[in-house]
Design a protein around this ligand. Structure first.
Ligand code: FES
Length: 114
């Protein structure tokens, strides 16, 4: 996981609503996460579905349902609330995405201390 202070992107690089994925490292050190923006807030989650532990997006940056009201896993269509990552339907209903601490400083989203 990138350390606190690591810059991810400018906040205005993500549509509202919208989402953007990030990959750090490689091999066994590979770490994937995504930002999701909606209603003026931005949140970060580990890009790993609690069902099969695979990334949620098959197409880059496609983390939201067509109506952009939920996070969706492209593999088996689990749906997650944007605000807390809780899975409301699908094979991992009742589980949650892992939330990450972020902050916005001078218009840049960056990792924060937990
Ligand atoms: S891997 Fe996400 S719903 Fe199955």
């Amino acid at each position: 996981m990138p350390p606190p202070g690591t810059a991810l992107c400018r906040l205005d690089a993500i549509d509202d609503p919208g989402a953007k994925g990030f990959v750090f490292g490689g091999g066994t050190q590979r770490f994937e996460m995504f930002l999701v923006r909606n209603d003026g807030a931005v949140r970060a989650y580990v890009n790993e579905c609690p069902h099969a532990l695979t990334p949620l997006d098959i197409w880059p940056d496609r983390f939201l349902t067509q109506d952009e009201t939920k996070i969706v896993c492209a593999t088996h269509a689990a749906l997650f609330r944007i605000e807390d990552g809780f899975c409301t339907s699908g094979p991992c209903a009742g589980k949650s995405l892992e939330k990450l601490a972020i902050e916005v400083v001078d218009g840049v989203v960056r990792m924060a201390a937990k």
